[in-house]
Structures are given as structure tokens and as C-alpha cells.
Design a protein around this ligand. Structure first.
Ligand code: PLP
Length: 418
């Protein structure tokens, strides 16, 4: 009798355990199902204005490179941002932080010294914050760049290219212009309060009297750049790979992307290895692999222009920026101009991907990492901007032939892959 009672109790307990297990399983399943459903819905939901359309870019498998290397090579399609590049994220973060800390107001001018994507992104997003954009660029930059900026409503100043240590380097002029806009705004406030200003001191200004102040974006040193990637690009990559990522690789200009993404991924898992791919003429490879950036002769500021010109744009630098200093790297690789050109044509022919020079260099980096780690790894890189921004140099056959860079490869033999 006692044994029947014990057996009954055991059966009842086992049934309870089984029922709660099924219930928990069902609960977990429906929870997962509704999260997936919510994710899909979020993707389809309308975005709130231009700024909200920035980021959450697709992460795509680059089929040709994945099949050739035996690794999963994934590219984050930053060229699909509204302003056409990875710099949209940075422009938004720089302006938002400046507004939040009271260094910029609606009606203010954001100034930047840049011949590239950041200026275009700032000019694209500034109106969404009720601000304007003033860009100072070297006068040897392609004329299309100033045309695009002006078409976007920015004011553009083209100046003679000089060393970064010269007070009239375009970055230094941009910083000065922000100060001038601030002075103009404070004079305007004095006048509005009926207080005296010395009219004779007044010099003709580039900005209208209604300006509320200026803010120098300073993409190289402003850590809002790093934070844009630590809070945006990094987490997106982690989510899109479900944490299944072995390595990240990218070239650096300001260093913001590499720093933000590497810091975030390594905070998530120290297993994720992060690498630099460096173009010709840049000192970063030496810094990462040997701890020394340059010889005294090579130091930025000792020459007018980079003596080892590269066809790639927006990447490679010979000084350490605050943004780059935040990067957490496991190593570095070098890439050549020829490899970047060949890679861009390979991606176009095999995958239909029409990318710019830095994206092509990043893919050279992804293959180098795949070769170093061996098959079976997942490697992520950034597709920074589209080939459309590079029609007059990187995608111009005449320009390439002038520099002996005409692409000739039929496959990936330029990366040592048969
Ligand atoms: C087209 C392009 N790709 C890549 C980069 C490099 O990114 P980061 O400045 O985050 O190092 C830049 C920087 O200006 C760029 O303009």
C-alpha cells in the first residue's frame, strides 16, 4: 500500500515537472516568436524624418569573397545611408551632442574642414536641426565636391592647401570660422539688448547677422565620432550576426569607425579580433604593429602634402587622433592601391557591388584576415560609400592608366587566391 502511495506521488511530481517544462518551453517559444515579429515590424515601420533613416543599414554576405576564402565575409552597407556614407552617423552625433550641451543652437553654423564625406553628411543633416553648414576645403579637391555641398545648401570656402601646422590649413580656418560666428552672435545679442557695440570694429562677415553662433565639428578629435560607432554601428553588427563574429577589419581616416566598433565588439566578447587595414602612405600600420608611427622626417606637419600619394580617399593618416587612440586592435595589415582597384572591379563583376575606394580597401583587409585566420570564420567589414562618389578618379579608366593602376585581374589572383 505504502509503495502504491509513493509511486502515485512520484508520478504526480513527474507530471508537474513535465507540465511546467512544456509551459516554460511554450512561453519561451512564444516570447521568441513575438520578438522576431517585433523585429520584422520595426524594420517595416516608417522612420521619423531623415535623421531616423540613418543607421540600421543591412549587413550582407559578400558571396564571392566568402566562397573564395571559406569564411563568411560580411559587409555593412553604409553607402545606403541617406547622405550616402558611414559619416551620416557621425554628423548626427556631432550635432546632437553640441545641441545637448549648449555649444550649438538652432540657427547656428556647423563648420568643418573636410573635402569628403563628413562635410556632405553634415550639410545633409544640418537642416533637420535648423542649422546651417560651412565647409572649408582645399582648392585641389575635385570641383564636384564643392558643387554637391553648395547644392545641399552649405557655404563653401576653397583655400590653398598648406600643412596642418599652418594657421591657414583648411581645418584651422574651419575652427576660426566657428569662433567668428560666435563673435557675430554675441554682438547681435548686445545690439538686441540695446547695448553698445563698436561698429568701426565690425569686419565684413561670411555669415548673416541672424546667426545664433558657430560650432566646429572637428571630426578627427571630437569623440562624438567614436560614440556614433560605439552606440550605433557596433551594436548593429553584434545584433545582425547574433554575436557570431570572429573578426572586424577596417581602414582608418579619423579612426572613429575602427575605434567605436572595435571597443564595442571587444566589450561584448574578447574573442572578437579587430584589425586595421592601412593604405600606402599611412603611418597607422607601423603604429599598430611596431608601436612607432613615423620617422621624424615623415611626421605630419613637416611637409605640405603626403609624399606617398594613394588613390584611396578618406583613409590613411600620419598623426594620432583622439578617435584612433580609442581603438582596441589585435593587429594590422597593409593594402596597396592596385589591390583596392582590382578588388572594386572584382566585387562589381561578381557581386554587383559598386563601391568606393575605402570600401574596396576594407574588402582587401577582410580577405587578408580570412587568410590569416583560416576557413570557417565570420569576418565583418564596412562598405563606407558607393562608387558614384569616385567617378573622376578611382572609377575613371583614364585616371587609373595615368598611374599604372589599370585593373587586369580575372579573379582574386592579386590576393594570392587562384
Ligand atoms: C569614404 C570614407 N571611408 C572611410 C573613412 C574612414 O572612416 P573613419 O574616419 O571613421 O576612420 C572616411 C573618413 O573620412 C571616408 O570619408
Amino acid at each position: 500500500m505504502a509503495s502504491v502511495r509513493i509511486t502515485g506521488a512520484v508520478v504526480a511530481a513527474a507530471t508537474m515537472v513535465m507540465l511546467s517544462y512544456c509551459y516554460l518551453g511554450l512561453f519561451r517559444f512564444s516570447d521568441k516568436f513575438s520578438t522576431e515579429k517585433k523585429k520584422k515590424k520595426d524594420k517595416l515601420i516608417r522612420r521619423n524624418g531623415l535623421v531616423d533613416a540613418i543607421g540600421n543599414t543591412p549587413l550582407i554576405r559578400i558571396n564571392s569573397l566568402s566562397e573564395a576564402t571559406g569564411c563568411e565575409i560580411l559587409g555593412k552597407c553604409e553607402f545606403l545611408n541617406p547622405g550616402g556614407s558611414v559619416k551620416d552617423r557621425v554628423a548626427v552625433k556631432i550635432i546632437q551632442e553640441a545641441l545637448e550641451c549648449g555649444k550649438l543652437f538652432r540657427g547656428g553654423i556647423v563648420t568643418e574642414g573636410s573635402a569628403g564625406s563628413t562635410a556632405i553628411s553634415l550639410a545633409t543633416v544640418a537642416p533637420a536641426y535648423g542649422c546651417k553648414c560651412h565647409v572649408v576645403i582645399p582648392d585641389d579637391a575635385a570641383i564636384e565636391k564643392s558643387q554637391i555641398l553648395e547644392a545641399l545648401g552649405a557655404t563653401v570656402e576653397r583655400v590653398r592647401p598648406v600643412s596642418i601646422t599652418h594657421k591657414d590649413h583648411y581645418v584651422n580656418i574651419a575652427r576660426r570660422r566657428a569662433d567668428e560666428a560666435n563673435e557675430l552672435a554675441s554682438k547681435g545679442r548686445l545690439v538686441a539688448r540695446g547695448e553698445k557695440t563698436n561698429e568701426e570694429e565690425k569686419e565684413p562677415s561670411l555669415f548673416s547677422d541672424s546667426v545664433t553662433g558657430g560650432f566646429f565639428a572637428d571630426q578627427f578629435e571630437n569623440l562624438a565620432n567614436y560614440r556614433a560607432h560605439y552606440e550605433g554601428t557596433g551594436p548593429e553588427i553584434w545584433d545582425q550576426t547574433h554575436g557570431n563574429i570572429d573578426a572586424f577589419v577596417a581602414a582608418a581616416g579619423t579612426g572613429g569607425t575602427l575605434a567605436g566598433v572595435s571597443r564595442f565588439l571587444q566589450a561584448k566578447s574578447e574573442r572578437v579580433k579587430c584589425f586595421l587595414i592601412d593604405p600606402p602612405g599611412s603611418g597607422l600600420y607601423n603604429k599598430v604593429t611596431r608601436g612607432v608611427m613615423y620617422t621624424r622626417e615623415e611626421a605630419e606637419g613637416r611637409r605640405l602634402k603626403n609624399p606617398f600619394d594613394t588613390i584611396t580617399e578618406g583613409i590613411g593618416i600620419n598623426r594620432l587622433t583622439q578617435n584612433f587612440l580609442m581603438a582596441k586592435l589585435d593587429g594590422g595589415f597593409r593594402g596597396t592601391d592596385k589591390e583596392a582597384v582590382e578588388m572594386s572591379r572584382f566585387l562589381l563583376n561578381k557581386d554587383g557591388l559598386f563601391v568606393g575606394s575605402s570600401s574596396a580597401m576594407n574588402c582587401v583587409g577582410a580577405v587578408r584576415v580570412a587568410q590569416a585566420l583560416g576557413p570557417g570564420h565570420t569576418i565583418v567589414t564596412i562598405l563606407c560609400d558607393s562608387g558614384m562618389r569616385h567617378l573622376s578618379k578611382f572609377h575613371d579608366p583614364d585616371y587609373l592608366s595615368l598611374y599604372g593602376l589599370t585593373p587586369t585581374a580575372t579573379g582574386l589572383e592579386f590576393m594570392g587566391i587562384k
